[in-house]
Every structure is written in C-alpha cells, then in structure tokens.
Design a protein around this ligand. Structure first.
Ligand SMILES: Cc1ncc(COP(=O)(O)O)c(C=O)c1O
Length: 362
C-alpha cells in the first residue's frame, strides 16, 4: 500500500523514518520447496503435539484466563535442559522479541554497539528503532570475525554464533577474549543456530557477569510457528530484561506456546536425533554442491552459504524459484554472489541438486 506524505502526518515522526526488517517469503502456493527461512524440515516431537492438545482437553475454559506472566514452568524446563539456575532464564515471544528487549535493556548507551558488517539483518533495524548508536566492523575476507576489532570503546557487542547468513562458527576462546577485554559492556551471543554444530557459550554464563546468550526454539526444536525464544544471563542482567518486558507486554507467552515448549525441552532424545539428521543431510548436500563447482562456506548451522563462480547468484535464485524452489538471496555488498540455502530432508535436498544439475546448469 502506498501511503502519501499527507496521510503520514498522523504518524509519529520517528516512525516515518523507520526501515523495517523484511522477513523471508512465506509462500501460500502448494508444492513449493521452501529453503529460504531456516525452518526445520522435521515436525516437532510427538510429545509437543500431545501437550498442545492437552491444553484444551479438559475445558476450553482455560483460554478465558490469562497465562502465567512469568511462564515459570517453561523457565524451569529450560533451566533443567541447559543445566543453569532458573533465575538466569528469560523467555519471550520468539528470540526476535528477546533481542528487542536486549537492545532496549543494554545497548542504548553513549558509546556505539559493535557488530559485524555481515550478520543478522534485524540488528540494524532494532538499533534504529531504539536509537542505539552503532559501529559496524567488517568480517575478514574469509567472512570471519576479527577479534581484535572488538577491543575498542563500545556500549555493547552482539555476535551471532554461528553467524548468519555466513554459517561460520566462532570458538569459545575468541568469545572469552572479547568478554575479558570488555568487562563494562554487555556482550550478547545470539545462538539461534548453535545446536547444529557450534559450541554454546551458556557454560560461560556463571563466569562472566557481562554475558547474555540468546537462543530460540524456532530452528533446532521445529517450533517457529509458536514463537518461543529465551536468554540466559546472570540474574542482574535478567532483571533488566524483566523490567523492559513488564513495561511492554506482561503476557508474551500464551498457554499453547508454554505447553509445547516445555514438552520440547523435556524430550531431549528427539531433539538430538533430529539435529543429527539435519547435520548429516547438510554434509551430504555440501559434497553434492561441491561436485557442481559451488563454493560453500564451512557451516555449523542448519543452512549453508554458497556461491557458484560461473553464475550470478541473483539469476540462480530466480531460476530456482521458477522451478518451485525458494532460497534466500541478499542483494547486498560483499554477499550478492551467495545464496543462503536452508537444509531440508535428504529428499528435498536431492530435488535441489537434481534441479540444478538437470535443468539449470546444463
Ligand atoms: C540470528 C538469528 N537470531 C534470531 C532469529 C529470530 O528467531 P525467532 O524470532 O524465530 O526466535 C533468527 C531468525 O531467523 C536468526 O537468524
């Protein structure tokens, strides 16, 4: 919809200037192979489905009542699974909401927030939304974080690990180095994809009073449709997040989301088995794409970042789309010759490889 300047006079001045995030496409068409938003190709644990059904099993009357504003049962399930005290857990409506609260709670400072030039594209959006000053630090030519760049005055640091969309993981020793040289700044590690092969920094939380970990159930727990994210940090940081949350929406987690996520955290065996399947499929897909001359960055995520030197990535994305396969293409400096491809099931990945081999690269 085109809004005229005259109609915009009703908008708050700062909203007129916003540049909102553009989510990956969620097509309504059937039979499309959707490899564009890093969803899990497998359904959640059957115990999750049972738990959701149980919410209404006795009486729909529960929907008349507000849910637990603290989602304590969910915090306990996360604390148990992550092996941390419950007062170090914060939950929110998707990790995007948790990240929003993080930006408001910690990063509105005199000094700039530091993050890499290539990273989750919501960070610049939240920075603008909350009036956070930023300093963008380029990844090196191999798309890796340059740890020494994070040794300068700042009002906070946020790093995605493994990074998105590059899929490359950063080791815990590099994270510790960044934490140690920045004792007066909050360092946030966004671990949306950590369960697919990187090492989590949750184990560092009791050692560093300035560390916040953010995770989601959307990828490794197949719950993108329910919107459950969480943070782990020492209680003095959790208190700031609770203060922001209770100044914005005190009931962000509905009864279905709480019940489903609790069941998911309790079914560790299912979670581990599904993640192993995704990792195995990723390795197979990478070798098939290498055979087709793709260059694929080393991935610790449920997606890969790949380029084909002989073909323009934007054209490749369009040609795949014409054949019913959607991947993510970012028309941005440095990465406009790459495609971000979500790992599907082996069958789905084979459809991608066959389409490339037999229809596009012939
Ligand atoms: C790096 C990163 N962080 C956070 C999110 C948000 O995840 P959600 O809001 O589904 O928990 C995403 C989603 O794609 C992501 O890529």
């Amino acid at each position: 919809m085109n809004i005229t300047t005259e109609q915009m006079r009703f908008w708050s001045p700062e909203v007129r200037e916003l540049e909102p995030y553009t989510p990956g496409e969620q097509p309504k068409i059937q039979n499309i192979l959707k490899l564009n938003t890093n969803e899990n190709p497998y359904p959640p644990s059957p115990k999750v489905v049972e738990a959701v059904q149980k919410v209404l099993a006795n009486s729909a009357d529960v929907l008349r009542l507000y849910p637990d504003p603290d989602a304590s049962e969910l915090k306990q399930a996360i604390a148990k699974q992550q092996n941390v005290p419950v007062d170090t857990v914060f939950v929110g409506n998707g990790s995007d909401e948790v990240l929003a609260h993080i930006f408001k709670a910690f990063f509105v400072q005199k000094q700039p927030l530091l993050y890499p030039d290539i990273t989750y594209s919501f960070y610049p959006v939240y920075s603008q939304f909350f009036g956070v000053k930023t300093k963008i630090l380029p990844l090196n030519d191999d798309f890796e974080i340059v740890v020494d760049d994070y040794k300068q005055a700042n009002g906070g640091i946020i790093i995605t690990n493994p990074n998105a969309p590059t899929s490359i993981a950063l080791g815990l020793s590099a994270i510790e180095e960044i934490l140690q040289v920045n004792p007066n700044s909050v360092v946030v590690i966004d671990e949306a994809y950590v369960d697919f092969g990187a090492e989590s920094a949750v184990k560092l939380v009791d050692k560093y009073e300035n560390l916040v970990i953010c995770q989601t159930t959307s990828k490794s727990r197949s719950l993108a449709g329910l919107r459950v994210g969480f943070a782990i940090a020492q209680p003095h940081l959790i208190a700031a997040l609770e203060a922001v949350k209770n100044s914005f929406n005190s009931y962000p987690m509905d009864r279905f989301a709480i019940a489903a996520a609790v069941a998911s955290f309790e079914d560790q065996a299912y979670f581990e088995a599904q993640n192993q399947k995704v990792i195995a499929s990723r390795e197979k897909l990478v070798s098939q794409l290498n055979e087709l001359d793709f260059k694929v960055l080393p991935s610790s995520a449920n997606f890969i970042f790949a380029s084909l030197p002989s073909k323009d990535a934007g054209e490749l994305a369009s040609e795949l789309r014409e054949r019913g396969i959607i991947v993510r293409y970012f028309n941005k400096p440095r990465i406009n010759q790459f495609l971000r491809i979500t790992i599907g099931t082996d069958e789905q990945n084979q459809r991608l490889v066959d389409t490339l081999k037999n229809e596009i690269l012939v």
